[in-house]
Ligand binder design. Structure first.
Ligand code: GRF
Length: 203
């Protein structure tokens, strides 16, 4: 299963995917890593793993539609069966999302449907939540709103800061994202009209 990973930053989730594939546990193959930022550290991680990289700087394009069209062309050049958003900090147009519907995954640092959007750790702390976490979901046109695939719960500690909480959530992201990608790559996970299915059962 050919996979293209989109990043904007550190790429620790990309690293977790690379590591899980290296163990031989996942039938996924990362064909390319594409970043909208030339300084994304994840590009170094990809190069170290011998994976093709590409930078498409959104600032060089005249608007979202033009950027997304170039992105689709670049991605499709690698012929992926799955596109993985791993800290890709751009909102994607409806046309982009529809083009990859059913084969586009994202990871979000909250227990969706809670805390869509940014600053999720701070918002969970401010709300006094006892539990926080992360979610892998199929991407639809509703921001952070597509069918859930897998979540991990992280207990909030009394002395947590947004940073300490983020660190523990990240550790769980690194566990559940490779799991979801390997489910998809082995044909066990799919996005049906009614939602996400694992081995034919609704998630
Ligand atoms: C993660 O917290 C992920 O949930 C969010 O962006 C962050 C990416 O981190 N979508 P990294 O670049 O994988 O380290």
């Amino acid at each position: 299963c050919n996979v293209v990973v989109l990043i904007s930053g550190s790429g620790s989730n990309l690293q977790a995917l690379i590591d899980s594939i290296a163990t031989g546990d996942s039938p996924a193959r990362i064909r390319a890593v594409i970043s909208n930022r030339a300084d994304a550290y994840g590009l170094e991680r990809a190069k170290l793993a011998g994976i093709d990289t590409l930078v498409l700087d959104h600032k060089q394009f005249d608007g979202r539609e033009a950027f997304d069209a170039a992105l689709v062309e670049a991605i499709d050049g690698f012929d992926p069966q799955l596109v993985v958003l791993a800290g890709f900090m751009r909102i994607l147009s409806g046309g982009f999302v529809r083009h990859y519907e059913g084969r586009l995954l994202n990871i979000h640092p909250s227990l969706l449907p809670k805390y869509k959007g940014l600053h999720t750790h701070q918002r969970a702390l401010e709300a006094g939540d006892r539990e926080h976490g992360c979610s892998v979901h199929f991407v639809t046109e509703e921001l952070d709103g597509g069918p859930l695939v897998v979540q991990a719960v992280v207990p909030v500690q009394a002395d947590d800061t947004p940073e300490s909480l983020a660190q523990r959530v990240h550790a769980e992201e690194h566990r559940i994202y490779p799991l979801a990608v390997s489910w998809f790559a082995s044909g066990r996970l799919r996005h049906a009209d009614a939602g996400a299915l694992l081995d034919g059962q609704a998630l």
